[in-house]
Design a protein around this ligand. Structure first.
Ligand code: BDR
Ligand code: CA
Length: 317
């Protein structure tokens, strides 16, 4: 839904593992005028690859997103066994809303091939927004290292400068495939880490959930049902009343950078720690090395929710 405006829409490939917050990230990226969504790529994470891909198709079907290719990617992390998050997202990966069979196809092109081809054919204006484990990006880097010079920016949801969520030290996306994360953080391209420090500020309050349900159209209904399921899961599993919408925060940073404040830091991924594997060790003081990433620390909450609800409102009745 990009429109002509003063600034051209930013071209984005959204790499995701839907997942409730991933699904909402798809809607935000596809629905806002600041982004031209050129592709949706899927990866194993919140659930197995077949389920995350099916969920991307189902969400796009409800929302009428028919012109954006969906490419399935890697079905397991680089070296570790797959860990999923059924305790949060359910056995389908997107439990809660009653979703019809998908009407949009999956591309024949593998996600890694799609990423490499799209970036190499571009004018250097593609932003990658990975909001799941970083396996697809790591394999794309291995396949064609020159994508690191041609990507405009990588704005990822993952990591934390402080506490983790899947383990005390590690955030889920990085925990699932830390070797891939290490490759992405170390590739020399501009990386922004939209991690838990930021996304924990994006808890969907009762007021937000009411605003979404009041939209009264199919997309609003679907998202309201997602938030209800996710809210119950987060309350049960994490003792959190307002479910954080992690992945849309990365999209918001790309679409409206002023909503998400960042600070330069050096980020390294712990690979060997018995208790700390997948920790994103973040140094703001420059002792571990020069700044390698931007780290998101503060969210304009009101601006974020207004952006999300206004974007959801644009989908057809
Ligand atoms: C991340 O983990 C997943 O469960 C969510 O979709 C999000 O990408 C948060 O830690
Ligand atoms: Ca995700």
């Amino acid at each position: 839904m990009s429109t002509l405006g003063a600034n051209p829409a930013r071209k984005v490939i959204l790499d995701c593992d839907p997942g409730h917050d991933d699904a909402i990230a798809i809607l935000l990226a596809a629905g806002c005028s600041e982004i031209e969504l050129v592709g949706i790529t899927t990866v194993a994470g919140n659930q197995t690859l077949d389920r995350t891909t099916l969920n991307a198709q189902r969400v796009c079907t409800v929302a009428g997103i028919t012109a954006v290719p969906i490419c399935a990617g890697c079905d397991r992390p680089l070296v570790r066994p797959l860990v999923t998050a059924g305790h949060i997202h359910g056995s389908s990966g997107l439990d809660g809303p009653d979703l019809a069979a998908p009407q949009v196809p999956v591309s024949e092109e593998h996600a890694v091939d799609f990423i490499v081809r799209t970036v190499m054919e571009s004018e250097g204006d593609i932003t990658l927004v990975p909001v799941g484990p970083l396996t697809n990006l790591a394999v794309a880097l291995r396949r064609q290292p020159r994508i690191a010079e041609r990507v405009a920016e990588v704005v990822l949801m993952g990591g934390s400068a402080g506490r983790g969520n899947h383990t005390p030290a590690a955030e889920f996306n990085i925990f699932v495939d830390p070797e891939a994360a290490a490759a992405v953080f170390g590739a020399g391209w501009p990386v922004t880490m939209v991690g838990l420090d930021l996304t924990r500020q994006a808890g969907a309050t009762a007021e937000v959930r009411r605003r979404v349900r009041d939209l009264g159209h199919p997309v609003g209904q679907m998202v309201a049902d997602m938030l209800e399921f996710l809210g119950a899961a987060c309350q049960r599993e994490q003792g959190v009343a307002d479910p954080p919408l992690h992945d849309p925060c990365a999209v918001a940073r790309v679409a409206r950078p002023g909503l998400v404040e960042v600070v330069d830091a050096h980020v390294a991924v712990e690979l060997r720690g018995e208790l700390t594997a997948g920790m994103t060790v973040t140094d703001f003081r420059g002792r571990a090395g020069p700044p390698s990433s931007k780290v998101a620390l503060h969210l304009d909450r009101q601006g974020f929710w207004d952006f999300l609800v206004e974007t959801l409102a644009r989908f057809p009745r």
